[in-house]
Design a protein around this ligand. Structure first.
Ligand code: ATP
Ligand code: MG
Length: 353
């Protein structure tokens, strides 16, 4: 399995290549997007660097126009960076010939788009096998692998249906099956769930997390929804005006936003469902092992921790993977964490309800 790395990647859209090179130099010395726009150049991605480890879901989030899709298109070689390198398994994508790049793209990388991009005149099985067809895989094997991928996505029995007989959520599952059928290591998902209504969207997020537990793909997932980013992402990069302004875990971003922009984003996030006991715990109380404190595991969401905490007058003990006590959470600390300046502190019983 391969690591995906971006090293100081820039993408500038300009009228002439010379303008783009000059724009990169200006950006390197601190110019921002607006300064370049006057000259008719758009700095879509500015100095993006990150590593995505094998098996990780790396979420890129940001408002419309922040450069997410441009970044993603550089990751699969559809767009060439104006400066910087993209390495996949140590191989520099920017140095490959067009033919080599096509090969990498068709065997190692799969894209799942926002709009399902299914072929209306092909049935579900044929749609799911499309990536394999492009690779020249013979029909019997193609059908077997497409059917397996459809089953993974909960679509067994729908193979012979036409796309327009499926709901939006099911069509998106076919899109996901198509990406999984090729056995690509790297899945690039651009706003893949954004067109779905909220309940189906949540369902798809659960399904992706469930699939990921066994398949362990490397996934770059783009979204403008911070709640989605926090649910899915092992690592999150927040983009603003072409730059990555913060990278970290959901907990890092919620507890230590890098600037006012990120802070304004996280205002509406339900902290009680994202943060877990280990994010708020204090050192263990000296007598924690001896007292009959209720215990929760380190990964317990605060909403559940509140329900436990509300039942006792003292702290709740937090246990690690081996069951030993690694911390404690007094009730006042829990309440302080869930509240913030923008909202009055909530009380545990309310959160738990
Ligand atoms: N081919 C292109 N030519 C010129 N400018 C472009 C091109 N593609 C993107 N841009 C510009 O680059 C910037 C980033 O666009 P991009 O599509 O990457 O944003 P995004 O974060 O994916 O937005 P959205 O959430 O709306 O999909 C925008 O200002 C856009 O207008
Ligand atoms: Mg986009």
């Amino acid at each position: 399995m391969s690591t995906l790395q971006a090293e100081h990647v820039y993408k500038v859209f300009g009228r002439r290549p010379a303008d783009s090179a000059a724009a990169v130099r200006a950006l390197e010395s601190g110019a921002d997007r607006d300064e370049l726009r006057a000259d008719g150049t758009t700095a879509a991605v500015i100095d993006a660097s990150f590593d995505v480890r094998p098996g990780q879901i790396f979420v890129v989030m940001g408002l419309s126009g922040s450069g997410k899709s441009t970044l993603l298109r550089m990751l699969n070689g559809l767009l060439e960076p104006t400066a910087g390198r993209i390495l996949f398994g140590g191989q520099d994508l920017t140095a490959l010939s067009a033919g080599e790049l096509r090969h990498v793209r068709s065997t190692k990388i799969s894209m799942v788009f926002q709009h399902f991009a299914l072929f209306p005149h092909r049935n579900v099985l044929e749609n799911a096998g499309y990536g394999l067809e492009v690779q020249g895989v013979p029909r019997p094997e193609r059908e077997r692998r497409a059917a397996e991928a459809l089953a993974l996505c909960g679509l067994e029995g729908w193979e012979k249906s036409w796309p327009d007989e499926l709901s939006g959520g099911m069509q998106q599952r076919v899109g996901l099956a198509r990406a999984l059928a090729t056995d690509a290591e790297l899945l690039l998902m651009d706003e893949s769930f954004s067109a779905l209504d909220p309940l189906i969207r949540r369902d798809m997020q659960d399904q992706l997390l469930e699939l990921q537990r066994t398949l362990k793909k490397t996934i770059v997932f783009i979204t403008h929804d911070l709640n989605e980013a926090m649910r899915l992402g092992d690592g999150i990069a927040v983009m603003r005006d072409g730059r990555i302004v913060q990278q970290g875990t959901a907990e890092d971003i919620l507890t230590r936003p890098a600037d006012d922009y990120v802070a304004s984003f996280i205002q509406d996030v339900d902290r009680s469902r994202v943060l877990t006991a280990d994010a708020v715990m204090d050192d263990p109380e000296p007598a924690a092992d001896a007292c009959d404190c209720p215990t929760v595991t380190a990964g317990t969401p605060l909403a559940e921790l509140c329900a436990v905490s509300a039942r006792v007058p003292h702290a709740v003990a937090v246990t690690g993977a081996d069951g030993a006590v690694i911390g404690s959470v007094p009730q006042d600390r829990l309440i302080a964490f869930i509240g913030d300046e923008q909202r009055p502190p909530m009380y545990c019983a309310e959160v738990a309800a």
